[in-house]
Every structure is written in C-alpha cells, then in structure tokens.
Design a protein around this ligand. Structure first.
Ligand code: RB5
Length: 142
C-alpha cells in the first residue's frame, strides 16, 4: 500500500522521522514535500497530498504541520477525504475504527516524536470497523 506524506516547515523534521520509520517496515512512500525548514504554506502541501489520494495513486496520507490543525482543515475541504487531527494513540486508532480516516494529521509542535511514530504505525495497522460507522460516514462522505 502506497502512503503519501506531506508537511510544511513546522512538520518537516517529523515528516522525515515518520518516513524513515515507515520505510524500515517496508511501506512504499510518496513524499510530496516540503523538503526543508524554509517557510511554506501548508494548504499547498495538503493539496499535493490529497490529489494523490483522490486519483487513487495512494490509499492513505500523513500530513504534518505545527499543530496538525491547518493541514486537517485544508485536507477536509476535499470530498472523500476524511482527515483526522490526532494527538494520541487512542485517537489515531479510533480515527481508523470509527471514522475510516484516510488522512492522519499530526502536530509536530504538540507531539513527542516517538509517540507520533507510534501513532502512525497504529493508524496504518488498524482496520475500519464498518457497520454503523459506515452508515454515519455515508452521511457526509463517499
Ligand atoms: C506554521 O507556522 C504553522 O502555522 C503551521 O505549521 C500550522 O501549525 C498551521 O496550522
């Protein structure tokens, strides 16, 4: 399964760490930037990542900014995107089980890096439960 990762300058370093940890476990990653600590605008990188999910090139995405807030607001403007800004492992798991989140947003300035890496692994490993949760999702998303 191919995963797209993206960040702004606030999330660049955590993106690099997350990427390395995913490559270690054999994930195929598409990195759409940014590629340095230079200041950029998070909506541009949310759009690049989301477009790969919408055209089926990638199944899921991880978007990182300073707080995760900007990335999640930007990503959720696109139909079929369910972006969850999570701040702990429980939220990451629930965003898959109940919300079928296809984008995980992380706040690099709010999270311990090791916990963020753990959240990503759990998020990718947790299946959607379907059933009543599918009925709820169908009320706002494909
Ligand atoms: C950039 O300084 C910061 O605003 C951005 O990374 C993010 O936190 C926005 O939501």
């Amino acid at each position: 399964m191919k995963i797209v990762v993206a960040a702004d300058h606030g999330g660049f370093e955590l993106k690099e760490l997350v990427k390395r940890s995913l490559v270690e476990v054999g994930c195929e990653i598409v990195d759409v930037g940014c590629f340095s600590n230079d200041s950029v605008d998070y909506p541009d990188f949310a759009e690049k990542a989301v477009s790969l999910i919408l055209n089926d090139e990638c199944k899921m995405g991880i978007l990182i900014c300073g707080t995760g807030i900007g990335m999640s607001i930007a990503a959720n403007r696109y139909k079929s995107i369910r972006a969850a800004n999570c701040s702990n492992v429980f939220m990451a798991r629930m965003s898959r089980e109940h919300n079928n989140a296809n984008v995980l947003c992380l706040g690099a300035r709010c999270l311990d890096a090791d916990i963020a890496v753990e959240m990503v692994r759990i998020w990718l490993d947790t299946p959607f439960l379907g059933g009543r949760h599918q009925r709820r999702i169908a009320k706002f998303s494909d």
